[in-house]
Design a protein around this ligand. Structure first.
Ligand SMILES: Cc1ncc(COP(=O)(O)O)c(C=O)c1O
Length: 388
């Protein structure tokens, strides 16, 4: 039995309806989005509109037209970061951010274009709020908010941070890569200006999909990183100003968007509070079980009162995380992920950087209690087998 516990990288399996919708698109449509008036193209256009609408409902966003399709979470973050920032802007991010936030910021910083403040942790898994408030200045134009860490699963106080940022006149960009599909992500309730999110993780869509959700008031201040054909206003040499075309040049990933739409339909029809509760219970089961094993160190195990998603990192004293990950796969068909998970600063903060990071187990909508039991048994056997 294959046990897939790498949902933080990409979710698997997807709901059956995702495969069916994509298969149907490939075999029976094959049309390009916004580039034709055939029956197939019109039907596809309706699906694309429906997908934007589903996203607006899911994220409680004010405008479906200001939802931009991207190719993954990294792409969505780059469109926002490179498009929004101007020379001499100051940006705040944190040690919990992924390289898809840290690297675009570092690139702009090294070019001498922007200044950055990368916030430390409070020492217990969350952002140091005092440092955050102190680092906001008149030059701070953007605050990037990591909603949930892809190393620890800990949810950050993003609503509070967005409120503080707004009072200081800064715009907020929420990285919802590890929260969407796991906890409620309401643009209105959280009070954020932009949300970047992969379509292929908790949203259960196919790889090659991502979205950037914009507050319509902020949207015009984002310059398009890419210019080109949009299938609209073709008589103009300049990029259209209207949304979403302004930020969506070139042919779309039509099969991906069709699959994402089916995935959203599936999620919107679930009892999401129930899914969240189940993930919570399985996370507790996994953390309790792992921390009861000798020489197994569960990251932030003593911060059990923190709100978190089903992402758990652990190490086994003296054993390379990559070895544990390979053994789990080879002998137990358990798929995990080892290393720094593209979040080097998080590992520096947790003290796991020098030992090569952690083994990460991440849960998804389809994970079962039986799979967690089998995983705990497997890790228990490994602890004995590696001779500790
Ligand atoms: C917190 C976080 N942000 C951004 C990303 C990038 O998403 P993608 O892999 O879709 O580019 C990831 C991916 O793991 C992530 O965990």
């Amino acid at each position: 039995m294959r046990i897939y516990l790498d949902h933080a990288a990409t979710s698997f399996p997807k709901p059956d309806t995702v495969y069916q919708a994509m298969d149907r698109y490939h075999r029976q449509s094959g049309a390009a989005i916004g580039r034709g008036a055939t029956e197939a193209a019109s039907e596809l256009q309706r699906t694309v509109q429906q997908c934007r609408q589903h996203l607006a409902t899911f994220f409680d966003a004010p405008s479906a037209d200001h939802i931009i399709f991207a190719s993954n979470g990294t792409d969505a973050l780059n469109i926002a970061i490179h498009g929004f920032l101007k020379p001499e802007d100051h940006v705040i991010a944190s040690c919990w951010d992924h390289n898809s936030v840290l690297r675009p910021l570092e690139t702009l910083r090294q070019r001498g274009s922007i200044t950055t403040t990368i916030l430390d942790s409070d020492g217990a898994g969350r952002i140091d709020m005092k440092a955050f408030e102190e680092s906001l200045t008149a030059k701070t134009k953007l605050v990037v908010l990591n909603h949930a860490s892809n190393v620890t699963g800990v949810i950050q106080p993003v609503q509070e941070m967005a409120q503080i940022a707004r009072e200081q006149g800064a715009i907020t960009l929420l990285d919802a890569a590890q929260s969407a599909g796991h906890v409620d992500v309401s643009m209105k309730k959280l009070g954020v200006d932009m949300i970047a999110c992969p379509g292929h993780k908790g949203l259960l869509g196919p790889l090659g999909t991502g979205v950037l959700i914009l507050d319509p008031e902020i949207a015009p201040s984002i310059l398009p990183m890419k210019q080109g054909g949009t299938g609209t206003a073709s008589e103009l040499l300049q990029q259209p100003e209207s949304f979403p075309d302004r930020l969506e040049s070139g042919n779309h990933n039509a099969p991906g968007i069709v699959g994402l739409d089916a995935a959203l339909e599936w999620i919107l029809n679930q009892d999401r509070a129930e899914l969240e509760k189940k993930e919570h219970e399985l996370t507790d089961q996994l953390m309790d079980g792992l921390s009861a094993l000798p020489r197994v160190d569960v990251v932030l195990n003593d911060a059990r009162d923190l709100e978190r998603t089903g992402v758990i990192s652990f190490t086994i004293d003296g054993v390379d995380p990559q070895v544990i990950c390979s053994l789990l796969d080879e002998h137990f068909s358990i798929e995990s992920r080892a290393g720094l998970h593209c979040a080097p600063l998080a590992h520096r903060e947790l003290g796991t950087f020098d030992a090569g990071g952690t083994v990460r187990l991440s849960l998804g909508a389809m994970t079962t209690a039986e799979e967690i039991d089998l995983t705990l048994e497997a890790v228990g056997q490994l602890v004995v087998a590696v001779g500790i």
